[in-house]
Design a protein around this ligand. Structure first.
Ligand code: ADP
Ligand code: MG
Length: 315
């Protein structure tokens, strides 16, 4: 794509900020040609995901470039994790209102910070100018053939588990937008840590997995309907961080935890005895899969109505 003449030109920008000396494993041809050429491993299937962040919609306009870059990669890593796959390569489509070199440098640094721990190489992309900032990252991963995890495999009597804690990111975003950031809660929004290793550990043991991006209740309902089953969860078991508890009243904690969104934790089902331990992450049982369709929420044993208010676009 041609780039409008601005402070730096497109070629210079890509060379300076996106080309890396270390091309990454399995990269036959990386940045610089019309397409990337990648070498899949024998016996493994390809898993590909893409996620777009729009300035002002998915993050406040004032968000630091490094955090935007980090988050754009992390949300994709989370989808890869939910498939039980190993992330390998990524591409970046970037639409910039202006090509400020400092901004792009911090953005690229944030992307690298999220990608480097998983050896994910940037192998191509597209750079354009436009009225508003749009960041699209696509990640390609792989998984042993036939072993990818899906939303659709939950079985009656499986236990429903979640990783980590819920509600931090939604609360953190609210505080950021209000101009009163809380460092722990806000960083859970700006720099979510995808459960990449744990997703791979779940291969062969989880019956169904989803990553929670749009709120726990709404995303669990997607898993249940994809699996053709129902579920019952105990709301008091949904884990919330001590930081969320310190900052908000119990009813607000619950609202953030159940429908807040942006958690990027995994919600999965498995026979209880099969669940692997996770290094440094809590894994909590919150409920059980049932035969009757639909999600039943209980609060200390009593059934309570819960109206999903998870985030949906175009609503
Ligand atoms: P074309 O005109 O063939 O689409 P471009 O001139 O847009 O190619 O891009 C040149 C090279 O730089 C390509 O290899 C492309 O994948 C890469 N590239 C462009 N933008 C980015 C970006 N934002 N991040 C990484 N690589 C990029
Ligand atoms: Mg071309």
């Amino acid at each position: 794509m041609r780039f409008k003449r601005t402070a730096v030109d497109e070629f210079e920008l890509i060379q300076t900020y996106f080309v890396s000396a270390d091309e990454g494993s399995g990269v036959v041809t990386g940045i610089g040609d019309d397409g990337a050429v990648l070498q899949p491993e024998l016996g493994r299937e390809i898993v590909t995901v893409v996620d777009t962040l729009v300035g002002g919609t998915h993050f406040p306009d004032v968000t630091d470039a490094g955090d935007i870059g980090y988050r754009a990669v992390a949300v994709n890593l989370s989808d890869i994790a939910a498939m039980g796959a190993r992330p390998r390569w990524m591409t970046l489509a970037l639409t910039l209102p202006n090509a400020d070199a400092g901004w792009v440098g911090r953005f690229a640094e944030g992307m690298r910070a999220a990608a480097a721990p998983h050896d994910v190489a940037l192998v191509g992309g597209d750079t354009t100018s436009g009225d508003c900032l749009v960041v699209s990252v696509q990640i390609t991963g792989d998984v042993e053939a036939g072993c990818a995890l899906h939303r659709s495999g939950a079985c009656v009597d499986d236990t429903i588990f979640v990783t980590g804690t819920f509600g931090d990111a939604a609360a953190g975003l609210g505080l950021l937008a209000a101009g009163t950031p809380n460092s722990y809660l806000s960083s859970r929004f700006l720099r979510p840590v995808a459960r990449v290793e744990y997703g791979q550990q779940l291969v062969g043991c989880a019956t169904a997995v989803i990553d929670v991006s749009d709120g726990l209740i709404g995303d669990l309902q997607k898993l249940l309907s994809a699996s053709g089953v129902g579920g019952v969860i105990d709301l008091e078991k949904v884990p919330v961080s001590s930081e969320l508890q310190a900052a908000f009243a119990p009813d607000e904690q619950r609202r953030f935890a159940l429908s807040g969104g942006d958690d990027y934790e995994l919600c999965f089902t498995a026979a209880a005895k099969n669940v692997p331990a996770a290094a440094g992450i809590a894994v909590t049982a919150i409920g059980t899969i049932t035969r009757e369709a639909g999600l039943v929420c209980r609060d200390h044993g009593a059934v309570v109505p819960y109206h999903d208010s998870g985030y949906r676009h175009f609503r």
